[in-house]
Every structure is written in structure tokens, then in C-alpha cells.
Design a protein around this ligand. Structure first.
Ligand code: HEC
Length: 404
């Protein structure tokens, strides 16, 4: 650039970013990069590059741990940033130069016109250009989205107390998509804006030369020269405002730190958070009629059973409803439901009598030739009846396999 070689002799430097700002940026850079790497390898876990990185980290649990640690750092940076913003605005009464306004829309249109040759001059911009504002607010927006969806995935049990369960997979989808967007924004937009267009080192050195100020932030330079960039601070008023701000910031900061603590420590994973069930529960419990005491007439009264047995003189024989149905439900239906195992469904009376695709398994009155008995008599079925149970089934078949 010709302007650069004929630079003015005056080489006054202007402070653009304070030391604290630069440390913030560095921490943001580190946490963002860590989050991006450890997040993307989870989002695209089957990709060979991801597998390589996961192996480098040891295992996916280490990746998750690192991701969570970086997320915590990012939350702390955000808190520091919010409190710092409050100090600048409420105590130092600085202007909110990052706020977008209509002027930014005009600047953007002007820059576009200049780039395609429709305008001879570039827009004159202040402390933050419209590009810088757009990038800053995209970052703020991104952190809010990632924080909310990250919370839902990190604390799913807590989340579903307030929201339907579908929000968890939805949060996962949004988190992954926003991550890709953020990484692309950094690679394309930020790379170009601060590294390619002109290698801008202000975020590291903290300074810009007068020439750079004139080129990129002419309105701010004019304000600085006119002494209008920062409001004049009256020492007493400043101290008074500090006395109000410090306790407020302490309370707000403590509340935010407490929120982060809850975020991070609320739940580990659903597996460790939900208390384990003491008793073993049946995973598959088919709908079966409630077993009734063996009575010839299906009376729900428990006193009916002894009476009928007494009148018969012998124990009543098993029926599907009373004995066999519940027995099969407990011992066979883990496998023999509608769709598998040779089409044999043992969950209802009608299905049992229908048999398998290759024929009936029960011949009423003839247990010896019933396939079910033959299969079970072999003694090595994946779901095996005990000898007593098998005897009961035989007794039932020989009695004509009654349903009731
Ligand atoms: C762990 C799974 C499992 C359990 C539990 C199980 N079965 Fe089976 N059963 C199978 C499979 C698999 C087949 C198909 C085997 C084959 O075709 O060789 C089968 C086949 C059968 C058949 C032959 C069906 C045909 O195609 O003709 C009968 C009869 C049968 N089972 C009865 C029972 C009974 C009665 C019980 C309960 C006491 C039971 N099974 C429990 C897995 C199971």
C-alpha cells in the first residue's frame, strides 16, 4: 500500500485493548478452541480424524471431561465480561460503543457499495466497525444458545422436570449445528477480518498506530483528538459510584458463580444421577389377565377356591387364565412375542393355540405329541421350564388345554 510507505513521521500509538481485555480474549481463544475440538469429535464421532483425536485423549470420557472443563472456563469468562461491562458503563460512564445501531446498517451498505465499485469512499467508522459488532453479538448469541442447550444435555433429569423429554435430543441437535456454525464463522469470518484483510495484532499488542486508527476507526480517532472519547470523571462521583457498584457486583457475581456451580455439579450422567432401583424389575411385562384362584366359576372371591376344591375333592386342573398364561408370560414372553422365534407368540391364549408358522405347538388332549412339550422336554431350550412346571403344562394339555 502506497499510504504505508509514505507513513507520517508521527508514530503515536493508541491503546485499543487493555491488558484485561487481551487476557480475556486469550482465554476465550483457548476455551473456544478446546470446546470446538472436543465437541466436534463427539458430533462426528465416526470420522477417522475424530477417532484419532479421541484415541489421543485416551477415551471419549476424557474428551467429555475436557469439554466440560472448557465450558466452565467459558462461563467464568462470560461472568467476568458481564461484571466488567457493568463497571465500564455504570461506574466509568463509558459509552456503549458495541451497541448496534442504524448507522451500522448504513455503514454495511456503504462498504458493500464501495467493494463493488459503486461508491468512491469507504464508510467512516468509530470504535467498533459494523463487522466487529456483528461478530461480537454473534459470539454472545452463540454462547447463550450453547449454554442453554449444553445445560439441557448436562442436566437432562433436571431439564425434563420443566420441559418435555423431546427437548433433550432437540438440544443436542441445536448444540451440534450451532457448533459447526460457530467454527465456520471463526474460520471464514474472523480469519478473514483480522488475519487476511490485514494482519491485525491489536488483540495481542493492545495498540494501533495513528495510521491504522485513521484507516479503520477514523471517527474514534477524531473523538480521541477532541478529548471526547471518555467522559471526564470527577473523583468523588467516581468513588461514590464504586461504593454502590462493588457490593452489587459482588452479589450478582456470587449468584452467577452459584448458578455455574449448579450447572456443573447438578448431574453427572443420568446413569449416576438417577438412584438405582433396589429390586430387579421385569423389563418385559406383557398384558395378561390377573391370575385368579383356581375355581370352576371365575368368581373373584378368594373364599370361593377352598369351597370348590372341597366340593370337588381334588385340586382343580390348571387353565390358561389361572396358571399357564402367567407362567408363559414370566418364562417365555421375553422371546416369544409377536415378531420372533418362528412366529410363535405365547402371550395370549389365541396365539398359543394358533401355534408357530410351521404348525400348532399344542394338541389339546395329547401332550405327548404337542410340539411345545417336545421342545421343552429336550431340556435345553433357551427359556426352559422346570420339571414341575412342565408337568403342569402337560396336565393342562391333557385336560384339553382349557382357556378358563
Ligand atoms: C431366550 C429366548 C427364548 C425363551 C425365553 C423361550 N424361547 Fe422358545 N424359542 C426360542 C427360539 C430362538 C426359538 C426358535 C428356535 C429354532 O427355531 O430353532 C424357539 C422356539 C420354540 C418352540 C418351537 C416353535 C416352532 O417354530 O415350532 C417352542 C414350542 C418354544 N420355543 C416354546 C417355548 C416355551 C414354552 C418357552 C417358555 C417356557 C420358551 N419357548 C421360551 C427362544 C426362546
Amino acid at each position: 500500500m502506497a499510504a504505508k510507505t509514505s507513513a507520517p513521521v508521527r508514530s503515536r500509538m493508541y491503546v485499543r485493548f487493555s491488558f484485561a481485555d487481551r487476557v480475556q480474549h486469550l482465554l476465550l481463544l483457548l476455551s473456544f478452541t478446546t470446546l470446538a475440538v472436543t465437541g466436534l469429535v463427539q458430533e462426528f464421532a465416526e470420522n477417522p480424524v475424530s477417532l484419532f483425536i479421541i484415541r489421543l485423549w485416551g477415551n471419549v470420557d476424557n474428551i467429555r471431561l475436557t469439554h466440560h472443563a472448557a465450558a466452565t472456563v467459558l462461563m467464568l469468562i462470560a461472568i467476568y465480561h458481564i461484571l466488567g461491562f457493568g463497571y465500564k458503563v455504570f461506574v466509568l460512564r463509558q459509552r456503549m460503543t458495541m451497541l448496534p445501531g442504524f448507522q451500522d446498517v448504513k455503514d454495511a451498505l456503504r462498504a458493500f457499495a464501495y467493494n463493488i465499485g459503486l461508491s468512491k469512499t469507504r464508510p467512516q467508522m468509530g470504535r467498533y466497525t459494523f463487522e466487529e459488532k456483528a461478530e461480537y453479538w454473534a459470539l454472545v448469541w452463540g454462547i447463550i444458545i450453547m449454554g442453554l442447550t449444553g445445560f439441557m444435555m448436562w442436566n437432562p433429569v433436571e431439564t425434563v422436570k420443566f420441559l418435555p423429554g423431546e427437548f433433550i435430543p432437540a438440544a443436542k441437535a441445536a448444540h451440534g449445528a450451532e457448533a459447526v456454525l460457530a467454527v465456520l464463522a471463526i474460520i471464514v469470518w474472523h480469519m478473514y477480518g483480522v488475519h487476511l484483510k490485514r494482519f491485525n495484532k491489536a488483540m495481542w499488542t493492545g495498540r494501533l498506530t495513528e495510521e491504522e486508527m485513521l484507516h479503520e476507526h477514523p471517527l474514534e480517532l477524531a473523538d480521541i483528538k477532541a478529548g471526547m472519547d471518555k467522559p471526564a470523571l470527577e473523583a468523588n462521583a467516581l468513588r461514590r459510584r464504586q461504593r454502590i457498584y462493588y457490593p452489587v457486583a459482588a452479589v450478582v457475581g456470587a449468584a452467577m458463580l452459584f448458578a455455574v456451580y449448579g450447572f456443573v455439579n447438578g448431574e453427572q450422567t443420568a446413569i449416576t444421577t438417577i438412584p438405582p432401583q433396589a429390586a430387579t424389575v421385569e423389563v418385559f411385562v406383557p398384558e395378561t389377565p390377573t391370575p385368579l384362584p383356581p375355581t370352576p366359576t371365575p368368581l373373584p372371591s378368594p373364599t370361593a377356591a377352598p369351597t370348590s376344591e372341597a366340593s370337588n375333592g381334588t385340586p382343580s386342573s390348571p387353565t390358561w387364565d389361572s396358571t399357564i398364561g402367567p407362567l408363559f408370560a414370566a418364562k417365555c414372553n421375553a422371546c416369544h412375542i409377536a415378531t420372533i422365534s418362528g412366529g410363535l407368540n405365547l402371550s395370549t391364549y389365541a396365539d398359543v393355540m394358533k401355534g408357530a408358522t410351521d404348525g400348532p405347538v399344542i394338541i389339546p388332549g395329547d401332550s405327548a405329541h404337542s410340539k411345545l412339550v417336545i421342545v421343552q422336554s429336550a431340556g435345553n431350550h433357551p427359556g426352559q421350564l422346570s420339571a414341575d412346571e412342565l408337568a403342569l403344562v402337560k396336565q393342562w394339555i391333557d385336560a384339553g388345554a382349557p382357556e378358563k
